[in-house]
Design a protein around this ligand. Structure first.
Ligand code: C5P
Length: 314
């Protein structure tokens, strides 16, 4: 996450994520699932501009970034609603996590101030790429700065986990093993991996996917993957990848198996669904390789295609 302070506003560029590993270890009494997951931040960014106001209202303007080349090109083929179809719908107003994050921080800090927040979205929605969670984490960071609260990271982390299971990850960013319902973060060193992501023309609802998932009877654990990722061994990373939510997602839409088959026909080092879907990613040998495979998948018209990297962390 990159944060810059200007005279009248704070601007944050906040990344997407993929889950290189996700095992479901059990169902908890609170209805959530106990997880072990390895999440890596990815070089596809939303931009959030936070302008503090002396009046108490929080206004949110949310739009898709221009230059979403893949969706624009596909628009001619799929029809006028293509961008919403490929990238998903974004809630504006109070049901958006951004609004809720700003309102919660304002309430806990006992502030009278408000803000105008502009969000430019490039991360596809309902995709398992953490877009909404990333935007909420960016809001907490931006508001803390713009409202001059000076809350330490730990205190923001508590609010983040109250708002959603993936949000603490984005405050830490980089790569991390996340446990509990996803909110217990342990940062892990990671090399850059070139990847191709496809978000098919349907999104998936996270609660619905979790509802259909099963507990893994013999979890292999994240350790081998973490070692491979640290060393940048793409073959070993691909061998150790896992996602226990993929069968449940495949029950909800045929797109998951369609993408699996499409990715199998290309020479990815490894591939799987990200998070609770619906997006699917493949690990490549180099950026050049990722660009080549991205172009091939774009030609297959299977959805919005992003060519990106996981972000290296020490
Ligand atoms: O925490 P968050 O609001 O992102 O979770 C959305 C939904 O996903 C939860 O209401 C729950 O149904 C499901 N979930 C789960 N186990 C997790 C994380 C999320 O069952 N570890």
């Amino acid at each position: 996450m990159h944060l810059r302070r200007f005279s009248g506003h704070v601007e944050v560029h906040t990344p997407a994520k993929i889950n290189l590993f996700l095992e479901v270890l059990g169902k908890r009494p609170d209805g959530y699932h106990e997880l072990e997951t390895l999440i890596a931040a990815v070089s596809a960014y939303d931009t959030l501009i936070f302008e503090p106001r002396s009046t108490p209202d929080i206004e949110l303007d949310c739009r898709w970034g221009c230059g979403l080349a893949a969706s624009e090109r596909a628009a001619g083929r799929i029809g006028p609603a293509a961008r919403e179809l490929l990238y998903g719908e974004i809630p504006t107003g109070r049901e958006n996590l951004v609004w809720r994050a700003a309102a919660l921080l304002r309430e806990k800090a006992g502030l009278e101030q408000g803000a105008v927040i502009r969000l430019v979205k490039r991360i596809p929605a309902a995709a398992g790429l953490g877009g909404a969670s990333s935007d909420a984490a960016a809001t907490l960071m931006a508001a803390n700065e713009a409202w001059r609260l000076r809350w330490p990271r730990d205190r923001l982390m508590e609010l983040a986990s109250e708002l959603g299971s993936d949000i603490p990850f984005f405050l830490a960013s980089g790569a991390a093993v996340c446990r509990g319902r996803g909110e217990r973060i342990e940062k892990t060193p990671a090399s850059r991996l070139p990847i191709t992501i496809v978000r098919p023309p349907v999104g998936l609802s996270t609660p619905k996917v979790y509802k259909g998932c099963s507990t893994n009877p013999a979890p292999k654990g994240v350790q081998q993957l973490a070692v491979a990722l640290r060393g940048g061994n793409t073959t070993a990373v691909s061998r150790e990848m896992a996602n226990d939510l993929q069968p449940a997602a495949a029950q909800l839409t045929p797109w998951i198996n369609t993408l699996r088959d499409e990715f199998s026909r290309q020479d990815f080092v490894g591939h799987q669904m990200s998070g609770s879907g619906s997006s699917y990613f493949g690990v490549c040998r180099s950026r050049r390789h990722a660009r080549r495979l991205s172009a091939r998948l774009r030609a297959r018209q299977v959805g919005a295609v992003l060519c990106a990297d996981t972000i290296a962390t020490r």
